[in-house]
Design a protein around this ligand. Structure first.
Ligand code: DQA
Length: 147
């Protein structure tokens, strides 16, 4: 069975109450439930994690190396700033799907830059919580395509 890490970055623990006009009313716990039930449907296992700390996120990515088949990463605002997370993604040699609830390209210009994008298989953004399910399908499809 393939094993995915779904890693969420800073402020995503506040989903549901944080700027609902941008991010909606779904909580991160709701998203985890959605991911776990979709994992059952597509036959993969998932670890679901969140941290507000860049170094903890990097440690979590390192721990996935050799232990997971791929990563779905919503790095939150670190997406736009963190060369360290970009380097970690390069180091772990795992396919990473970049994910955002909002369409970062339709928002402030400082959100248009992603340090994750150059080292990701691809990016899903703008579909709200459903993006996590889309990302799981995309990651599984990628793994099946590359064998
Ligand atoms: C986000 C988009 C980021 O720009 C923002 O800093 C977040 C959430 C999203 O899921 O839409 O924290 O990653």
């Amino acid at each position: 069975m393939r094993s995915f890490l779904i890693l969420n970055g800073p402020n995503l623990n506040l989903l549901g109450t944080r700027q609902p006009e941008v991010y909606g009313h779904t909580t991160l716990a709701d998203i985890e439930t959605m991911c776990r039930s979709h994992a059952d449907v597509i036959g993969v296992s998932v670890d679901f994690a969140q941290s507000n700390h860049e170094g903890v996120m990097i440690d979590t990515l390192h721990a996935a190396r050799g232990a997971k088949d791929g990563v779905i990463l919503n790095a939150g605002a670190y997406t736009h700033t963190s060369i360290a997370i970009m380097d970690a993604i390069r180091s772990i040699e795992l396919p990473v799907v970049e994910l955002h609830l909002s369409n970062i390209h339709a928002r402030e210009s400082y959100r248009h830059t992603s340090y994750v994008a150059p080292v990701a298989v691809g990016q899903i953004c703008g579909f709200g919580p459903r993006g996590y399910v889309l990302a799981m399908d995309a990651l599984l499809g990628h793994l099946e395509a590359v064998g």
